[in-house]
Design a protein around this ligand. Sequence first.
Ligand code: SF4
Length: 264
Amino acid sequence: MHHRQAGSSGPGRRGGTEQPDFPARSAPGATDLAGVDSRVVRCRACPRLVAWREEVARVKRKAFQDWTYWARPVPGLGPPDARLAVVGLAPAAHGGNRTGRIFTGDPSGDALYAALYDIGLASQPVVEHRDDGLRLHGVRITVPVHCAPPENRPSREERDTCRPWLARELELLRPTLVAIVALGGFAWQALLPVLSRAGWQVPSPRPAFGHATEVLLGDACGERQLRLIGCYHPSQRNMFTGTLTAEMLRGTLRHAAELAGLLA
Ligand code: SF4
């Protein structure tokens, strides 16, 4: 079983990483995505989420008793020249918060990676831990909130505190990014202000989230375009009720990948 060291002590407690403005101070200084990733994992800006991610790691779930949970912010995953971004909600308590890799180790991730594999954007259909060899092709997966929240519900304040990480990530991806898939209304709502501040022309009133809703955003100079595409979140509930089927998820991701020029 692959274990990672939980981050309940160490560098995260030094250098002001517990201050609410740590993301706003630290994220803009990251010069590449690896820099964003290495900074975000040290973040302790949201006291409620820090307490929860560490509590979950201490108590664990029975099936994962022999794991050492990651228990830190979970960074995004994928190449720095991605043409497509997939944005979810937040890590799952016993998924990403356990494995240390986004969408890995929970049913949502199982559905997402299976779909990405089917269309050729992931190197393997089943992902279990950080060292399982997964490679993503042309797609970066990330979240607006990098720590597992109780009941999968971050507060508005936590979302806003975490925003600078997503903003910097998308800024660094900007030279290649062509399309973004927002998995669920939370991702959609979190993305719109980030995109607007990054210079993309977001229509007013702001477009509402919907499955397969597609919005074409231009930049201020009229030189670049970015497509924002809505997709129901592959949550266990959505998949169980059939609100989102594997076919719907695959279809939306394939469409986005085609727009991004990732499919031959
Ligand atoms: S949710 Fe984001 S801002 Fe809050 S502690 Fe985690 S990484 Fe930091």
